[in-house]
Design a protein around this ligand. Structure first.
Ligand SMILES: [Zn+2]
Length: 198
């Protein structure tokens, strides 16, 4: 998704948190290998002491590099616009407001993966026993953020949920935990598909 629905203000050019980036890169490669991040879809973030590091806009997760992360340190919502404060040189992922809101709502979350797992989406949500958003909202919008905050209030311990008509979000204490969980649920969906064929 290339439509940017917020304004970025660059506070400085140097993001901090190299150790976190390495773990995020590992989870991205794994996501790509498992077919969970086709094309330039998906984004990843990891919490840092002053905010979070997130993949930049329009990046292919499978080949992402250290310099394709920026650090988000704040978000401001006025009646007219959304403003995101960033350390780095490139635009952050279009789903930055979503990541920001999840970190605010859930202090236990240390990493977030947003993936396009069509497999999971094609299996009935009740089979996987996974919460999903009630309405479909456009990527990168505040309406989507509100849907997710509503879902998190209904399911305060949810670590994984489905964005209706769009994709999935897997969270964890670490990026490694988030990708392991995403792969596990992908496999469960796969089992359902195979049963269905029999
Ligand atoms: Zn998406």
């Amino acid at each position: 998704m290339s439509v940017v629905k917020f304004r970025t203000i660059f506070r400085g050019s140097n993001p901090r948190g190299t150790p976190y980036v390495e773990e995020a890169i590992f989870s991205c490669r794994e996501a790509k290998r498992r077919g969970l991040a086709p094309g330039t879809s998906g984004n990843v973030s990891v919490r840092t002491p002053r905010g979070f590091l997130i993949s930049v806009a329009n990046t292919a997760l499978g080949t992402i590099k250290q310099n394709e992360f920026v650090e988000v340190v704040g978000l401001e919502r006025t009646p007219l616009e959304l403003v995101v404060y960033v350390y780095g040189k490139q635009e952050p992922s279009s789903e930055t407001p979503l990541h920001w809101a999840i970190y605010q709502a859930r202090p236990d979350v240390g990493a977030i993966l947003h993936l396009h797992d069509d497999f999971v989406r094609s299996v009935p949500a009740y089979f996987l026993d996974i919460p999903f958003t009630w309405t479909q909202q456009q990527s990168g919008t505040w309406a989507l953020v509100q849907e997710v905050l509503f879902l998190l209030r209904q399911h305060p311990n949810a670590q994984y949920f489905i964005l209706q008509g769009h994709g999935v979000v897997s969270t964890g204490k670490t990026a490694e935990a988030a990708i392991k969980q995403a792969v596990k649920i992908h496999r469960k969906a796969n089992r359902y598909k195979r049963q269905e064929k029999k």
